[in-house]
Design a protein around this ligand. Sequence first.
Ligand SMILES: Nc1nc2c(ncn2[C@@H]2O[C@H](COP(=O)(O)OP(=O)(O)O)[C@@H](O)[C@H]2O)c(=O)[nH]1
Ligand SMILES: [Mg+2]
Length: 267
Amino acid sequence: MSRKKGIKGKTATSSTSSISSGSGRSGSPATSGRSAGKGSGKAARSAVSITGQSNGVVHPSRPSLSCGSDFYDIAFKVMLVGDSGVGKTCLLVRFKDGAFLAGSFISTVGIDFRNKVLDVDEVMVKLQIWDTAGQERFRSVTHAYYRDAHALLLLYDVTNKASFDNTRAWLAEIHEYAQQDVVLMLLGNKADTTHERVVKKEDGERLAKEFGVPFMETSARSGLNVELAFTALAKELRHRSTKDPNDKFKLHDYVNQEVKGASCCRS
Ligand SMILES: Nc1nc2c(ncn2[C@@H]2O[C@H](COP(=O)(O)OP(=O)(O)O)[C@@H](O)[C@H]2O)c(=O)[nH]1
Ligand SMILES: [Mg+2]
């Protein structure tokens, strides 16, 4: 296992599992196994000794690493991909800040990355979530973008059939450039819409089945399943990192169970 570095960031608390977060507009990720030598967080790095490296997962010695108000045990890079306008930036902002940003400003600008730390079974998991900052409009997302990703969220917009159809092209890119064991999930965003919807939930489910990936519909506007999508990724990454053969966590089962649970209780 490897060690990580601290994060620049400010404290933020969200409804369920997250405890802190930070954000950035530039620079390397705070941590990643492959890039353990680069990036920010020099202060924390110098204060904690490196214990080892494994599959891009960074493990500090206990107690948890601290840099400013951030504490975490392991860190991962998550990337958001999908056509321009599907809601990637809004999803990230909703997850990190609990807010919905309407309008065109956010879609033209985008952000680089945001950090958020989740408590997963008493392990503090830092997700460094990367947005594409607009490159996807020109299909110019660099291949290097995929390379260090531990997890990818592939989004389409349920009101935009082309964005749904284009998930195949995105998946081809992912298969070509991402790490083989990257954690992947398909999200049908803008599930809050009614009249504008053109992609049925069943279509998304069918496609996800064909891809062999977990699926859920989300809404950055209402918050539907946003926390769940990121928490599911964090759980999968955290369980993978333990390398415990008795660890029976299954991302598909977890997502199906949680999505079913949420819809059964909605009136
Ligand atoms: N109704 C609805 N609109 C959304 C949702 N998410 C994003 N949008 C809108 O879709 C547009 C594009 O969102 P943005 O996050 O910029 O997409 P990106 O290009 O994939 O980053 C903006 O006008 C958002 O307000 C959602 O969940 N529901
Ligand atoms: Mg964007």
